[in-house]
Ligand binder design. Structure first.
Ligand code: HAM
Length: 429
């Protein structure tokens, strides 16, 4: 009953998060922040600046860029008409909004090569399962303004460097060239010729794709279509000289750095805007939803969206899938932000007289916990233990008389008494 109002008894209701969405509670959110920080750091090292685009856009932007025959557009968009009669969609991915923002804000005038990164929720109305959600989160980059194959390599290296930084090891890089506007029609013709005899055996969707957008035949999940396509011609055999040269340069660049990859001639990605380099990074431990990151070059998209004739390259990783991959490798980063001290003020007088120290310690940058439940000294000590606090700072009437605090080092088991005026310096050290 996810996403519905659940009736309990006659008059009680229980609300649940909508199907395909999840609450990220503090312990997990701490890991999310950690991974996001590592992504920001990786992006900054490569010279990418942050961009934040709206959660929704004109639906036409996605139809035009991702393609009307893709699963994302034809089945998975959260689109609706707003109260002003505009057709809107929550963003299913980040590239089209970044390209829209790039054009709208004339970013090529600021810099001939624009390098942007984003961290954002995305929305796809897909059938939820492990690793597939209706609201998920992408960490992505887009580099717009150069067709240099070494830029493709930079984007792939940024993805790899980030995955290494979060500690993932069992990943595979899949690489392909999905041709350009010049050579793709030859491939599409070959694909259609190959399937012409079996046209009637294709599923209804594929019969439509056959006429409207044959490349999308390769996305079909129907077992009969999949079987028919198994021996179909491969796009890499049809790419033109300049596309081959481009692909060879990307491969040579990766070879020169000793980056392992597999050329996968059947990998064409599920979005229409790709040209030339396409890549995916998969993880062994994820089952059906094994793609943790994907991207590629889009050399016609910016112009098709009404912008200048510039080329782009980017990728996005799915945060939820990264976490599943980390779990599969049993390398989840620590979930707790360490607590420096638990301040235990015993009695009303101590509570009032020590408040200023609680806030001074926090202002000094320390994580300090405090009791608001009227618990005993023993219960507060147990709480400090549970939170893995380094110190318990105890101030009772005796300590107040002496102007001191008793400090228990919970890691080492030792105890000492420190002047209240020296408390901040002591704990900071
Ligand atoms: P994508 O392959 O559709 O590419 O998505 C990128 C990543 O988002 C996937 O590899 C996966 O980890 C994650 N992802 C996709 N759908 C879901 C879902 N329903 N639940 C959980 N995670 C999901 C793009 O979106 C392109 N815009 C990437 C790109 C950027 N290409 C060039 N620049």
């Amino acid at each position: 009953m996810a996403g519905r109002v659940k009736k309990i008894g006659s008059d009680k209701v229980k609300y649940r998060a909508p199907k395909g969405t999840r609450d990220i509670l503090p312990a997990e959110a701490a890991v999310w922040s950690h991974i996001e920080a590592l992504f920001r750091h990786a992006a900054a090292r490569y010279g990418y600046g942050e961009i934040r685009t709206p959660a929704f856009e004109d639906v036409q932007l996605f139809i035009r860029s991702i393609g009307s025959d893709t699963d994302i557009v034809s089945k998975e968009m959260y689109d609706f008409v707003d109260k002003g009669g505009r057709r809107i969609s929550l963003k299913p991915e980040g590239t089209a909004p970044v390209v829209r923002a790039f054009i709208q804000n004339n970013l090529q005038a600021v810099n001939p090569l624009t390098k942007l990164f984003y961290i954002s929720p995305m929305f796809r109305y897909d059938r939820p399962q492990a690793g597939r959600y209706r609201q998920f989160h992408q960490l992505g980059v887009e580099a717009i303004g150069s067709d240099d194959p070494l830029l493709d390599m930079e984007v792939i290296m940024l993805a790899i460097s980030f995955l290494r930084a979060i500690g993932l090891k069992h990943t595979t890089l899949l690489l392909n060239s999905v041709a350009c506007g010049n050579c793709r029609p030859r491939y599409v013709e070959a694909l259609k010729d190959f399937l012409a005899k079996s046209h009637d055996d294709l599923c209804e969707d594929c019969r439509r794709r056959y006429t409207d957008n044959p490349l999308r035949l390769l996305d079909c999940k129907n077992p009969a279509c999949k079987a028919l396509l198994q021996k179909s011609p491969q796009i890499s055999a049809y790419i033109c000289g300049p596309c081959r040269e481009h692909f060879d340069k990307v491969r040579k660049g990766l070879d020169s750095l000793g980056i392992a990859y597999t050329v996968d001639p059947s990998m064409v990605r599920g979005l229409d805007y790709y040209t030339r380099t396409a890549f995916e990074i998969t993880h062994d431990g994820l089952g059906a939803q094994s793609s943790i990151a994907g991207g590629g070059r889009y050399d016609r998209l910016i112009k098709e969206c009404g912008g200048p004739d510039l080329t782009g390259m980017g990728f996005a990783a799915g945060l939820e899938r990264l976490l599943l991959a980390l779990e599969a490798e049993a390398t989840m980063p620590a979930r707790r932000i360490p607590c420096s001290a638990y301040l235990i003020a015993l009695g009303e007088r101590a509570r009032i007289n020590t408040l200023s120290y609680l806030y001074k310690l926090r202002d000094a940058g320390l994580h300090v916990e405090y009791d608001y439940l009227g618990r005993s000294l023993k219960a507060q000590m147990r709480a400090a233990d549970r939170l893995s606090c380094r110190f318990a700072v105890i101030i009772g009437d005796d300590e107040l008389e002496r102007g001191t605090a008793s400090i228990k080092d919970l890691a080492q088991g030792s105890q000492t008494e420190v002047q209240l005026t020296a408390l901040v310096d002591y704990l900071l050290q």
